[in-house]
Design a protein around this ligand. Structure first.
Ligand code: FAD
Ligand code: NAD
Length: 465
């Protein structure tokens, strides 16, 4: 097969790689992207998109089931609903398929060549790809490594049989009766909550002393309350030992050192993700590493000239929108533009019930920095819109410098609050002060008014509380 010669080679077509390739193509850079599985990467195929589809289906079902069993305060009566996970999965697969094709079309529209197969670097400018029709050599002036991440496997609880990763959970066609989730982080709680709503008896085993240890306890309290309402058992400070030899139950060491077993049809292990640093020729390029991740600078340059790395393979936070922003930046750098990473915030959302959003610095980070601050807080129980939606749990909190009122961080928890993340991020990115938020008319009645009210609260003149 004839070698392909191009200016830019992108390895991996996840959100980092495909966005980088599209932007480079738009800027007239002759670009090739190589993908071993399907365009869209983890996010589109086995991550963000399918998980949010399942979460939405579970929310809808649980709301109807609750109305059927307890009656609804809204005056709605319904019969007992039925649920077929296999149909939900077909619907989810349809969405994934549409988006796969969409990404491929967008790449084509940007005149990017897609090569399907596993890429392996021979050196910093040449890759070999095992394609269906033979070995393809690609020579490029510059290379972007966007190989993403994989689920962490526990050595004493390897994936297989009843032990599944998030990918396995998103392919189930029957709701497990007893589901044990190991790890109360993002994936464990997002998917654990969804399966609990679909009728599984869910037990979550977490090594730390509380759920979602990456968020402060004020933010996670409404989530813990909801898990209790859903009958999810949460065992904190618990250590997983492995499968019990007799009945295949999960052996754990509970707080206090007592060993016990948990019955499980499925064991979902969600204890983090690790960068994919194997299978693409890291040895051939010998890049500097930062722990398990590839070390990059503020332009996503690695230690080898002309080789960039973006997305999950470069470290935390392992989020799709960070990967996309890095991809766009690198494409523009390759096209000759002056760019460097200058983002004020990478918002984080946990799609639990209720949802959690954190943009900018967390309260702990600000406190640790010693900066004098003003905080404002508005609970959804005082929001007219939350009342009309019969869902009043949660709050919005703003954290600003005490001297000039510059916003440093905005956090919140509440139903549908994910959609407020754009307003929070924009405010931080535009270096808004409390007065900018207080001086902006927020439409009534919306949950977004809680952002306005939190800013007013920090300025000591709340109106609605
Ligand atoms: P990936 O998406 O992992 O893509 C890497 C691609 O590279 C893959 O397609 C892989 O096949 C390919 N590849 C690897 N090696 C080679 C090779 N040698 N040759 C060719 N191709 C190769 N993030 C959010 O922001 N919001 C969410 O709601 C969210 N939900 C998630 C839910 C789940 C269940 C999971 C697992 C993750 C979720 N994430 C979420 C995280 C998000 O999916 C990742 O941060 C994001 O996909 C990282 O993008 P990436 O481009 O770095 O890597
Ligand atoms: P995570 O880091 O969010 O949570 C892992 C949890 O497992 C932690 O609470 C940790 O204390 C616990 N843990 C670790 N080892 C354990 C053990 N042996 N026994 C019991 N508990 C243990 O990891 P995740 O949920 O696997 O998600 C991976 C990454 O994917 C996230 O960090 C995030 O970057 C991304 N993600 C993001 C979203 C989102 O943006 N909404 C959703 C899903 C995944």
């Amino acid at each position: 097969m004839k070698d392909i010669i191009c200016k830019l080679l992108v390895i991996g077509a996840g959100p980092g790689g495909y966005v980088c390739a599209i932007r480079a193509g738009q800027l007239g850079v002759d670009t090739v992207v190589v993908e071993a599985k399907k365009p869209g990467g983890t996010c589109l195929n086995v991550g963000c998109i399918p998980s949010k589809a399942l979460i939405h289906a579970a929310d809808e079902f649980e709301r109807i089931a609750r109305a059927a069993s307890n009656g609804s305060p809204l005056g709605i009566s319904v019969g007992k609903p039925e649920f077929a996970l296999s149909k939900t999965m077909q619907w989810k697969d349809g969405i994934v398929g549409r988006l796969n094709n969409g990404v491929a079309e967008l790449l084509k529209k940007a005149r990017v060549k897609i090569v399907l197969g596993q890429a392996c670097l021979r050196d910093g400018k040449t890759a070999e790809v095992e394609t269906e029709i033979g070995l393809q050599v690609i020579r490029a002036e510059q290379v972007v490594i966007a190989t993403g991440s994989d689920p962490v496997e526990l050595p004493f609880l390897p994936f297989g049989g009843k032990v599944i990763s998030s990918t396995g959970a998103l392919a189930l066609t029957e709701v497990p009766r007893d589901l044990v989730v190991v790890g109360a982080g993002y994936i464990g709680l997002e998917l654990g909550t969804a399966f609990a709503k679909l009728g599984a008896h869910v037990t979550v085993v977490e090594a730390e002393s509380r759920i979602l240890p990456q968020y402060d306890s004020e933010l996670t309290r409404p989530v813990a309350t909801r898990l209790r309402e859903l009958g999810v058992e949460v065992l904190t400070e618990a250590k997983v030992k492995g499968l019990a030899s007799t009945d295949g139950a999960l052996a754990i060491e509970a707080v206090g050192g007592e060993t016990t077993t948990l019955a499980a049809d499925r064991i979902l292990v969600t204890v983090g993700r690790r960068p994919v640093t194997e299978g693409w020729g890291l040895d051939a390029v010998d890049l500097d590493m930062e722990g398990r991740f590839i070390r990059v600078d503020d332009k996503c340059r690695t230690s080898m000239r002309g080789v960039y790395a973006i997305g999950d393979v470069t470290g935390e936070p392992m989020l799709a929108h960070r990967a996309m922003a890095q991809g766009e930046m690198v494409a523009e750098i390759v096209a000759g533009e002056k760019r460097a990473w200058d983002k004020v915030c990478i918002p984080a959302i946990c799609f639990t019930d209720p949802e959690i959003v954190s943009a900018g610095l967390s309260l702990e980070e600000v406190r640790a920095s010693g900066t004098e601050i003003k905080t404002g807080y508005f609970p959804f129980r005082a929001s007219g819109r939350a009342m009309t939606m019969a869902d009043e749990s949660g709050f919005v909190r703003v954290v600003a410098r005490a001297d000039n009122h510059l916003l440093l961080g905005i956090q919140g928890v509440g139903s549908g609050i994910a959609e407020l993340s754009a307003a929070f991020s924009l405010a931080l990115e535009m270096r808004a002060r409390l007065e900018d938020i207080a001086g902006t008319i927020h439409a009534h009645p919306t949950r977004s008014e809680s952002f306005l009210e939190a800013a007013l609260g920090a300025l000591s003149h709340s109106i609605h509380i």
